[in-house]
Design a protein around this ligand. Structure first.
Ligand code: NDP
Length: 399
């Protein structure tokens, strides 16, 4: 049916590319382009032989001219950005210059400030509208599926949603004292930042890990979870009718938190460059280089993830509660595509979002977050492509 250019070839991209190849009716041709071409070639060698034609290319996605050249040569219907958040704007610029649709999984962050805001990407709205192309922002799990869950709850179960609690639990054990499940630099920037939640039309800021709750997750059991800022709070706060409070919680084990605190205390999580043996280095980038590569955690991770949203609001004048979640098993993911569940739960929705744009089911010129489109075809695709969801009308609540 169509062609996708996939930029980046790390943990998440590997899963999305496996899934595109399983879905060759939609993805007849893909080009994998990344900074390190040997990784693209190795993945192509693993997946070649199916119905999806695969090519590879080298690109530095910090450079718009290199991106434009690749897009002009391959002529994709959609560019799927699975590099790092730092490259979002250069890739969007190249899409504008070539009038090509754009999909990503994480909002733009400037390298020198850990700021999680959509403002830079939302600023492209008018230019994408004028160019007649779609940008779909945040099509991973959180953000991504969490926004689709919210749109689905709103469409089918509520007249108004008043509160949303997004709960992200990872009960996986990789056997290392400290490792991150996706890009270490991006992950540590996120969890060491101040927390915040949205209430009564404004942001309430908290210290990192200041608010802790225990939640008894279906199929996982009780886990400590901590309130974090997360990018979808910003878009859902605007896009969901009647919302009064929205919070995001993620589970962390004691060993992870103790290591993180210690690394913070000695300055290893800082993103301010320092002078080291005559050259500038960023401590967090150095730390990321010595930590285990998340894409190698697959064979050693056991256990499950459970990510979902609890909605409270009103239907026909009555109070209503609804919990939508997905449970994913690390070992089953590894068996299927050679990756652990964090890459899997992000890579599958990245493929689905790209499919939605490619098939025209989600196609509207401009820049949109996932919850602004009809959730039904995405929800059906989650069940079909490996992330079946479950629902409860009587869940435990978070106080
Ligand atoms: P990885 O570090 O495993 O992979 C990143 C890839 O991008 C690597 O192949 C890297 O190349 C490539 N890359 C980095 N910089 C450039 C550049 N300048 N030009 C070209 N390629 C580049 O990261 P993950 O796969 O773990 O994460 C990918 C994205 O997914 C991130 O943006 C992350 O924030 C997002 N994410 C979203 C989630 C969600 O639920 N929404 C959850 C988890 C992740 P090289 O091999 O040379 O290093």
């Amino acid at each position: 049916m169509g062609k996708a250019l996939i930029i980046g070839c790390g943990g998440v991209a590997s899963v999305a590319i496996h899934k595109c190849c399983q879905n060759s009716e939609v993805f007849s041709e893909i080009c994998i382009a990344s900074r390190t071409k040997s990784k693209c070639d190795a993945l192509k060698a693993k997946l070649d032989g199916g119905d999806t034609k695969i090519t590879t290319a080298q690109v530095n996605a910090d450079h718009v001219d290199e991106l434009i050249a690749i897009i002009e040569a391959f002529k994709p219907d959609v560019v799927l950005n699975l590099a790092l958040p730092y490259q979002d704007l250069t890739i969007m610029d190249a899409c504008l210059a070539t009038k090509t649709n754009y999909v990503d999984t994480a909002n733009y962050e400037p390298v020198d400030t850990a700021k999680f805001e959509y403002k830079w990407q939302w600023d492209y709205r008018e230019r994408f509208e004028k160019a007649g192309i779609t940008a779909l922002l945040g099509s991973g799990f959180d953000p991504g599926v969490t926004g689709v869950f919210a749109a689905y709850a709103q469409k089918h179960y509520f007249d108004e949603i008043n509160t949303i609690d997004i709960l992200d639990a990872n009960a996986g054990d990789h056997g290392y004292p400290f490792a991150t499940n996706f890009n270490p630099e991006i992950n540590i920037r996120e969890v060491s930042a101040n927390g915040s939640y949205w209430e009564a039309g404004k942001w309430i800021e908290t210290k990192p890990m200041e608010i802790k709750r225990v939640y008894d997750f279906p199929e996982i059991g009780p886990k400590d979870m901590y309130l974090l800022h997360h990018e979808e709070l910003e878009s859902l706060g605007l896009n969901i009718k009647g919302i009064k409070r929205i919070r995001f919680f993620m589970t962390f084990g004691e060993s992870y938190l103790t290591h993180l605190k210690c690394l913070e205390n000695v300055g290893m999580t800082s993103i301010k460059p320092i002078e080291f043996e005559g050259r500038q280095i960023v401590p967090l980038q150095f730390l990321a280089a010595v930590l285990p590569d998340p894409s190698t955690l697959g064979p050693r991770t056991k256990g499950k993830t459970n990510i979902g949203c609890i909605f409270q609001g009103k239907k026909d004048g009555k109070d209503k509660t609804y919990y939508l979640y997905n449970v994913c098993d690390h070992e089953a993911c590894y068996k299927e595509v050679g990756s652990q569940a964090i890459s899997y739960t992000t890579g599958v929705p990245a493929m689905i979002g790209t499919m939605m744009v490619m098939t025209g089911q989600w196609n509207r010129p401009g820049v949109y977050n996932v919850e602004e489109f009809d959730p039904d075809p995405f929800m059906a695709a989650l069940n079909k492509w490996g992330l079946p969801w479950q629902e409860s009308f009587t869940p435990d609540l978070v106080d």
